[in-house]
Design a protein around this ligand. Structure first.
Ligand SMILES: Cc1ncc(COP(=O)(O)O)c(C=O)c1O
Length: 367
């Protein structure tokens, strides 16, 4: 899917009119969830008052946790809200220069980057050097891999200024659930980018909406502009409770234990999948994507899937009369899958998915 010509559709998995999916493949949330301490903190949040509009204590606690100056901490209603707000700012800044803001997106990424860019009229470019707003996610979603296409200015010496108004946002949504390897960026490089943190996934509390970003060094003016674009009290009492709890030592200790447990479960799951004939791509995170994905679906859905650029290694088989797979619309490779997801949502048929051994014959099950 591209933003030129085609309209980006916003489709998420999770609960819908059919209720909560029994096996929800749309989220990479921590399978050990929820974090008991965080849940307790959220359940006991005092929702009878407005929070401090400047969130002074919370911002200080987050600044201490990341060992940065408190002025670099920007709170957001959620990572998605931040994605929209910084896209709005990129549009506003470019418009002040009489230009259209250019955005660069990874090939496969969280769909809200593209959706927000579309909403704010940003133009998608293929060259990361040409963009004023760039998105990176590590471990990436949905592949769980390291980010590779960094702009050249990030590798230049500290003293070399980056292009004016170029903002790179590193989405760290799954960094707390990274099971192997380290961030591709050095501390010096991280100081040149926005690091976006949304702990609700690591804590298994995705229903609680709250996130924050650590601004690059010397970005005071941009921080103020972003804050000016925020609604008052963008984080509610439950979000404040979750973020305060996030930085507690016992919560981080719980998370470290989760990573060990997830490592074991992941290996077991990969072995089980391999046994069933599924190949998985290497991943650093608690989730991984299939190298080949056989999904049985009707011809129309399969056609739509290939039209909207599903990776070729994910093979789609068209079987006349087969029922469309609920998994299909629950997958979250949003940039590529959302058209299919949208269509499948309308299709409203029962879940049906079956992994296939390579080389096996046609699906025998017919409706
Ligand atoms: C990579 C990535 N970034 C951001 C988000 C949005 O996070 P939030 O729940 O804080 O809006 C998601 C949601 O799934 C995600 O996968």
């Amino acid at each position: 899917m591209t933003m030129q010509g085609e309209k980006v559709l916003r489709v998420h998995g999770g609960a819908d009119t059919l209720g909560v999916a029994r096996f929800d493949f749309s989220t990479n949330s921590n399978a050990c969830c929820p974090c008991p301490q965080s849940l307790h903190a959220v359940q006991h949040a005092d929702a009878t008052h407005y929070p401090d509009p400047d969130y002074r204590d919370l911002r200080q606690a987050l600044a201490d946790f990341h060992a940065v100056d408190v002025r670099r901490v920007v709170l957001a209603g959620s990572a998605s809200e931040f994605i929209f707000r910084i896209s709005a700012l990129a549009a506003q800044m470019a418009s002040a220069r009489g230009e259209i803001a250019q955005v660069w997106l990874p090939a496969c990424a969280y769909g809200d980057y593209a959706y927000a860019a579309q909403a704010w009229g940003l133009r998608q470019v293929q060259d990361p050097q040409a963009a004023q707003l760039l998105w990176a996610c590590e471990p990436s979603s949905p592949l769980g891999q390291a980010h590779s296409l960094w702009p050249a200015w990030l590798h230049q010496p500290h003293s070399t200024p980056q292009p004016p108004d170029a903002q790179l946002v590193l989405d760290c949504a799954y960094a707390p659930l990274q099971l192997q390897g380290q961030s591709s960026l050095t501390d010096v490089q991280r100081d040149k980018v926005w690091c976006l943190w949304t702990p609700n996934k690591a804590l298994g509390l995705t229903g609680v909406r709250a996130a924050y970003a650590i601004a690059p060094l010397q970005a005071d003016a941009t921080v103020q502009s972003l804050q000016a674009l925020a609604a008052s009290w963008s984080v509610g009492a439950h979000g404040v409770a979750m973020l305060h709890n996030w930085v507690q030592a016992d919560t981080q200790a719980w998370l470290a234990q989760c990573r060990s447990q997830l490592q074991v479960w992941k290996q077991r799951q990969l072995a089980a999948l391999e046994n069933l004939g599924w190949e998985c791509l290497p991943s650093l995170a608690n989730f991984s994507a299939p190298a080949r994905l056989w999904i049985w679906m009707c011809r129309r859905c399969a056609q739509l899937a290939s039209n909207c650029g599903i990776p070729r290694r994910w093979a789609c088989r068209a079987i006349s009369g087969s029922r469309c797979c609920r998994l299909w619309r629950k997958m979250r490779c949003s940039r590529t899958c959302s058209v299919t997801c949208k269509w499948a949502k309308c299709y409203k048929r029962a879940a049906y998915e079956r992994p296939l051994r390579h080389g096996a014959g046609h699906d025998q099950r017919r409706r």
